[in-house]
Design a protein around this ligand. Sequence first.
Ligand SMILES: [Zn+2]
Length: 315
Amino acid sequence: MFDFFVDFFGIIVTGIFVAYLVLLALLQGKKKELATAKTLVNMANMPVLRPIPIPTANQKTLLNKVLVWVFQVRRWRVEQAFIYKYKGKKYAIHAGFEFDGASIPKPLWGLLSPIGLLLVPGLIHDYGYRYNGIYSLDENNNPLWDETISTQSGWDELFKNIGNEVNKIPALNELAKLGLWLGGFKAWNAWRDTKQDRVPFKWTIDDEKQASHEPQNEPQQDASDDEVVEIKSTSEESVSNDLFVSGATKTTQINYENSNNQKVLGSRNLDNTDKQQVTYKMACGDCGEVYGAKTSEIHRRKCPVCQEGKPSVDW
Ligand SMILES: [Zn+2]
């Protein structure tokens, strides 16, 4: 029996290693060609994630440190609500969601990294496994709780489909889905047991900071009572100079996108006493250009580079 396992794993490991060496040989001389291919997704549409520190330094014993070293994975916090459009639906991950890719079984991470090619589908999939639901934005960009998908296999299918859209390697996504079928139940069952309450939607992490600094604000509502979750906007007093934040209106929320595919990235001069001078950092969804626009222009702003819009203002 033991011999069988040694043979079995020996063949698999050797096979993978040989395949790796062959690919490594093919890689030489291809490096330039690989690096020059254009990406499908531009930077402005990528999720904004911040790594969460791993608690090694203050562990009591060396053994504890080793255990953290070997088993603890990096967790990431979503800093701005992440929107992904798929089949006419705008899926939305709230700011503050913590993600570790754990819905993808860990033994498969070498080939199927949740922070590599599978980042975007993995993020959405982790969210679905956690809450068995997800926010989607209506036509006015209001977040609504969406329970259209309510089964493990439903989330796995969405994972595969979004993967096909972003990385265009169907074999990879099929393999990942097979991995989920084999090992995803562990994460799925763990989350069903802990019964996570869904979290009120937040556009930016600042909404959260503000809530904890200002206890006189109305208490957090239990989101399960109402279908539409209020969008809280950052008040003007809490704005610091180098931080981009959402304004008070719908069209000035970070990630708001107008009909020309122009997206709001936030403002850092909301405290300007002359409201005409408040400007927002914007990004073009077509060419990726980043530029500045005045508040009143946002809803019909065109890109200065690819849509013959007005020139950029300071932001
Ligand atoms: Zn453009």
